[in-house]
Write a protein that binds this ligand. Structure first.
Ligand code: G1P
Length: 295
């Protein structure tokens, strides 16, 4: 029988060192860099909450303590805002504060790969399906990517991975899936390969960093050997699990920005700023002028 238990928990692997974004990430975690006026991680958490997630599990690492602080009350700030009667700011902070007891933090002690980071969350997830959101990727669409995945999951059960199309010459950078029969807003996955050698990818559909996985992935990750880049790869674990359980792909049709890279981060700032009624009027014309002035 295909497992369709409710997806209540989400895992955020936030232990990465952010080497693609130095020097900014020397002392500030990449997940705390701001897109417009919110840290990147807030966008990803908001996507999870929109999809009905009730508990947030962060797999952090040394030097990431500020992420835990961000999801707590900042007592001095709170007191000062109250003394000064700053109602809007107080409401803003209250709206993003997770309810007490709905966050958990554990540490990945060594950077052994995404598969290993996910495995570190096994006790906190327990024996139930969970969502996994890679915090580098933030998404903009009419419907949140994870919300669409949960809808597909309610139809398909099993495991669901979000995919998007990439240029064929970019496929070697990602996990790539093979395309089977249509199901809902996606298709059945026939194959998965992590970072295929150029010219060998089974399709142009890449895994964009959102997953709904069954807990049977954990014992597989526990005994797993190193894969691409000499890391314990999640994709290799999913390939093994796909021998026993179905995997469906959800075709996300919005825009995705890789905020772990400088270009993606800059584009995200521009795109999200232009979406904001309070910011667009003052940045749109200068941005157009700037682009027109380019030779
Ligand atoms: C990871 C996954 C890969 C996925 C990618 C999306 O790779 O292993 O399958 O396509 O995230 O960003 P990484 O970016 O950690 O190399």
């Amino acid at each position: 029988m295909t497992d369709k238990r409710k997806v209540r928990k989400a895992v955020f692997p936030v232990a990465g060192l952010g080497t693609r974004f130095l020097p900014a990430t020397k002392a500030v975690p990449k997940e705390m860099l701001t897109v417009v006026d919110k840290p990147v991680i807030q966008y990803v958490v908001d996507e999870a909450l929109e999809a009905g997630i009730e508990h947030l599990i962060f797999v952090t690492g040394r030097s990431k303590a500020v992420i835990e602080d961000y999801f707590d009350i900042q007592v001095e700030l709170d007191q000062t805002l109250r003394e000064r009667n700053k109602k809007a700011e107080i409401e803003l902070l209250e709206a993003i504060l997770p309810k007490a007891g709905t966050t958990s933090f554990t540490r990945q002690q060594a950077p052994l790969g995404l598969g290993h980071a996910v495995w570190c969350a096994r006790d906190l997830v327990g024996d139930e399906p969970f969502a996994l959101l890679l915090p580098d990727m933030i998404m903009k669409g009419e419907k949140g990517c994870l919300k669409g995945m949960v809808e597909l999951y309610e139809q398909s059960g099993g495991n669901v991975i979000a995919v998007e199309e990439c240029a064929p010459n970019q496929a070697h950078k990602y996990g790539i899936v093979g395309v089977g029969d249509k199901i809902g807003e996606g298709f059945k996955i026939t194959k998965m390969v992590e970072k295929p050698a150029p010219g060998t990818a089974p399709s142009n559909f890449f895994i964009n960093g959102r997953y709904i996985l069954q807990p049977e992935i954990f014992p597989i990750l526990e005994r797993q050997e190193r894969g691409a880049g000499n890391e314990i790869q999640l994709t290799d674990g999913m390939v093994k699990l796909s021998g026993a359980q179905p995997f469906a792909a959800y075709h996300f049709r919005g825009d995705t920005y890789d905020c772990g890279a400088k270009d993606g981060f800059i584009l995200a700032n521009v795109a999200f700023a232009l979406e904001r009624g309070d910011i667009r009027p003052s940045v749109e014309e200068p941005l157009k002028a700037l682009l027109q002035s380019l030779k």
